[in-house]
Design a protein around this ligand. Sequence first.
Ligand SMILES: Nc1ncnc2c1ncn2[C@@H]1O[C@H](COP(=O)(O)OP(=O)(O)OP(=O)(O)O)[C@@H](O)[C@H]1O
Ligand SMILES: [Mg+2]
Length: 333
Amino acid sequence: MLIEVAYPRPRGGARRIAANASRIAYLQGAGGRYKTFEILSQKLVATRVRSPRLDVGDNMLVVEELTKTFGANTAVDRVTFSVDGPKMIGIIGRSGAGKSTFLRMMNRLTDASSGKLIFNGRNVLSLKGAERRAWQSDCAMIFQQFNLVPRMDVVSNVLHGTLGRQSTVATMFNLFAREDIHKAIDILERLGIAQHAAKRAEALSGGQQQRVAIARAVMQDPKIVLADEPIASLDPMNAQQVMQDLRRIHEEDGRMVIANLHTLDTARRYCDRIIGMRDGRMVFDGTPEQLTTGAARDIYGAGADFSEATTSTEIRSHDTVVETEIRAAEVRV
Ligand SMILES: Nc1ncnc2c1ncn2[C@@H]1O[C@H](COP(=O)(O)OP(=O)(O)OP(=O)(O)O)[C@@H](O)[C@H]1O
Ligand SMILES: [Mg+2]
């Protein structure tokens, strides 16, 4: 049984750890500096009740006038929408539209300048200390560049998904509970990559590495998975597999997924709802069917010559295609 607790640091200041009862017993035995399990549990309860629940009806997520400014530049400008369940949402928009900044505000990597962010009735932006860290553990993040530890084996990388609830001692010595190791392997098996469990992460292909990153996210048992351009570095086959995995953990586990995507067809194919951003503003909020070429043209601020093949980071691959064609023509000449 995993229980979150808060304990006083030997040199003062409170910090949160999460561990099972046996690990707590180990810590107590190790130095006797830690308070008893009961006191720790009470402290957790006291921590948990600190932030009040807000009434937001049936909405799971409410984003209200969310804004982030960097000096004179408004990266995210009064973004407002609500989600009534654990949906899979795609965010699209050209480079610099504010997509990454929005995700970073969601998991509190970046502080918002103003606005509200309410998840399951709790005001995420006002969470502090242990509550903020607990929220970050509820929000798993998946990045374009996978962010695995390259020289570490795949299982250990997946087990890093438990770090948010590990004690410092356990983290330092890479001590993982047996049940966690079994769970990590189960997740890898579920995603069809258990055969790579003992390999170093760097020995895997990009697509496989991104799937390990998804396994690490699932290990965290998050309520939301935030993915920032998760397929931008992958070839079409691997991109499809990764999107299918994200869709699976959304459908089968009931997790909300919010993914910044750079191609319209991917957003249409895998997402229940699509949000379009332009210059920090939310300029589109609709279903895949509502995202017509005309709507996309508005989101990307493009003219009549707008082609769906050239959306955001896709421009790079489009350029590559053009360059390849030029080179092929040169060879022919
Ligand atoms: N730490 C920062 N300091 C200053 N400005 C920033 C910072 N982070 C982002 N910005 C600015 O905020 C705006 C939005 O950036 P953001 O990275 O969120 O865009 P994006 O939609 O994710 O773009 P891309 O598709 O290129 O990833 C840009 O103008 C960017 O220069
Ligand atoms: Mg970005």
